[in-house]
Ligand binder design. Sequence first.
Ligand code: ZN
Length: 437
Amino acid sequence: MSIKIGTEIHVSDISQKMYDLISELYPICRSITGDGVRKTLYYLKQQIPLSIHEVKSGTQVFDWTVPKEWNIKDAYIKNLQGEKIIDFKKLNLHVLNYSIPIHQKIKLEELKQHIITLPDQPEWVPYRTSYYKETWGFCMSHHQMMEMQDPEYEVCIDSSLEDGSLTYGEYFIQGNTEDEVLISCHICHPSLANDNLAGIALTSFLAQYLSQLELRYSYRFVFIPGTIGSITWLSQNQENVNKIKHGLVITCIGDPGKSHYKKSRRGNADIDKAVIYVLQRSSQEYEIQEFSPYGYDERQYCSPGFNLPVGCLMRSPHGTYPEYHTSADNLDLVKPQYLADSFTKLMAVLNIIENNSKYVNQNPKCEPQLGKRGLYGAIGGQTDTKKRELAMLWVLNMSDGENSLLDIAEKSGFEFDLIKETADTLVQFDLLKKTLH
Ligand code: ZN
């Protein structure tokens, strides 16, 4: 059976829907815990039947502890005239994420110690967090700070940091085997469109699409706060992670930058080969990065105690584009066409993963006589007969139980789908047999 992912779907139809989902979720103030994450997950639950999990503050997860839950209602800075010069309700990036509550009048000099700006990008507001050090702060544009001339200001952060829980979402699609593909995205950033929301939207629409197909693999989608979320998830699911045969972290996937792929720690996992194969044939620029223990949740999935075959698919990598972690990572940076392009590439990767197998030539001593079996010139249209014959020779020659169809596609230069169709034909003619793994 050949599962052809990508058929009967018009990516252009869903690219606007992905963008609309990003727009809907953009105003929510998310963090690694709290109601922003819950609201986001319950919104996604209208589209895919997510199971939403709560893990109590204080729970030990490997070397970490699930933190107190942070929530925020409002925050502002008022000048002496009582005017709000900074308003959380206009832009949630204005508050240092995880700020403890404060409401007092404060001298400008002292307030400036709690203000973060980007002097090099004076119009943009930075996004900053303080998850593990209890403090408070405001982020604003450098221009906004330079305009502050009053000797004293009223500052208010109406937040709470209390025992509660960490929330994550999970969606599982049962395939024909227990072997799993893990797709992971982070959900902990507030109003940032490319970093977090693009990955959430793509993952969500991918899950909807795959749920309608008959699949070889089971698929597990996790929507988790970065770092502490994947550590928590791994801690709670470590009995089952050996089922994960392939995985991807999806992030920063909707901006105009070229596609980037960061390999798994293994470096030669099937998922690494499949993504590289797809990007090489995309006729677009791309970049492959070796694994490094810095980045997104692949750091945890690829920690040595797990070493899962999980890579990271992105467009512009974190920290490399000027809008990264600023108010300029907004709804203008992300575009439907880039989301669509990423979605198409991802489906091509999963099409390979679903159809890739190893086979054994049943007539390995010299070439089988294809003519007497009617295999020469018998398959396909007239124009590509030669190509198909050559593909048969490649598949027969390389199918020694060690090479996968993807290996054969890489070596022969033929498209993966042609190699797969050829293998299917040779199986019908008893010249090829699939191995068990
Ligand atoms: Zn980020």
